[in-house]
Design a protein around this ligand. Structure first.
Ligand code: ADP
Ligand code: MG
Length: 251
């Protein structure tokens, strides 16, 4: 092969000067977050520091009080933007899996494809099956959530999100509700997703995952990004006392 021509990619996520107030509470105090294509950004910080609110602002589950956000080139805060269409580019996985208990794993994933993309049942189910294969649950397609472990249910939730072929995936404490022995399978699915080239923003306490898979770690404190850098720098040589204290507490 000849030398590749470098391709300069626009960032997938560009959030600038994000503020969020809940009444008198000032929760985000000017956050800048730029995420490059294929980057995995890992967000840590004390409870209440604004991590979830930041993720929720990115896909407009919350309306920021100020700042600008583009995702895959789309202005998320422009009144003219079709927000439902824009959200198709952003997959989100929460601590709670929110699967429909009366539908199989396949049915849960296919439903999203039928509702959001308007696919007919055979097309939706074919694509849902492929998504379940990516999280190694093809053999559980016919199982109901109640017949699956928490870790398997979370992998179904991941399959449901990636089936829509988003440009970026947001994870908000995806393993926090799981028994310890089930965490590894979900993290492995996330690792594979990352290796397939997905752009990801992950809020989590799983420092081992961050060290192994993150390109950049962001430490949030009291509505601000206090410091950020490669995992080795943030975990090995944190610059701020508050980062040191937080990491000491977690590890
Ligand atoms: P983290 O995810 O880092 O724990 P959150 O983003 O959930 O932090 O919350 C940041 C702050 O905003 C907390 O003080 C929380 O109580 C507050 N908060 C979050 N959502 C709401 C809401 N819908 N209404 C009022 N306050 C909220
Ligand atoms: Mg949170």
């Amino acid at each position: 092969m000849t030398a590749a021509t470098p391709i300069v990619q626009a960032p997938i996520v560009q959030a600038r000067g994000i503020h969020k107030h809940f009444g008198a509470l000032h929760v985000l105090k000017g956050v800048d977050l730029v995420v490059a294509e294929r980057e995995l950004v890992f967000v840590i910080g004390p409870s209440g520091s604004g991590k979830s609110t930041l993720l929720r602002c990115l896909n407009r589950l919350e309306d920021p009080s100020g700042g600008s956000i583009t995702v895959d080139g789309i202005d998320m805060l422009d009144r003219g933007t079709d927000i439902n269409k824009a959200r198709q580019r952003i997959g989100m996985v929460f601590q709670s899996f929110n699967l429909y208990p009366h539908m199989t794993a396949l049915g849960n994933v296919a439903l999203a494809l039928r509702k959001v993309l308007g696919l007919d049942r055979p097309a939706a189910e074919a694509r849902a099956r492929a998504a379940l294969e990516r999280v190694h649950l093809a053999d559980r397609a016919g199982h109901y959530p109640g017949q699956l472990s928490g870790g398997q249910q979370q992998r179904v939730a991941i399959a449901r999100a990636i089936a829509l072929e988003p440009r970026v995936m947001l994870f908000d404490e995806p393993t926090s509700a799981l028994d310890p022995e089930l965490v590894g399978g979900v993290l492995a699915a996330m690792r594979e997703l990352r290796e397939s080239g997905m752009t990801m923003v992950v809020v989590s306490h799983e420092m081992g995952f961050a060290k192994a898979a993150a390109d950049r770690v962001i430490f949030m404190d009291d509505g601000r990004i206090l410091e950020q850098g490669p995992p080795a720098a943030i975990f090995g040589n944190p610059q701020h006392e508050r980062t040191r204290a937080f990491i000491g507490q977690i590890e």
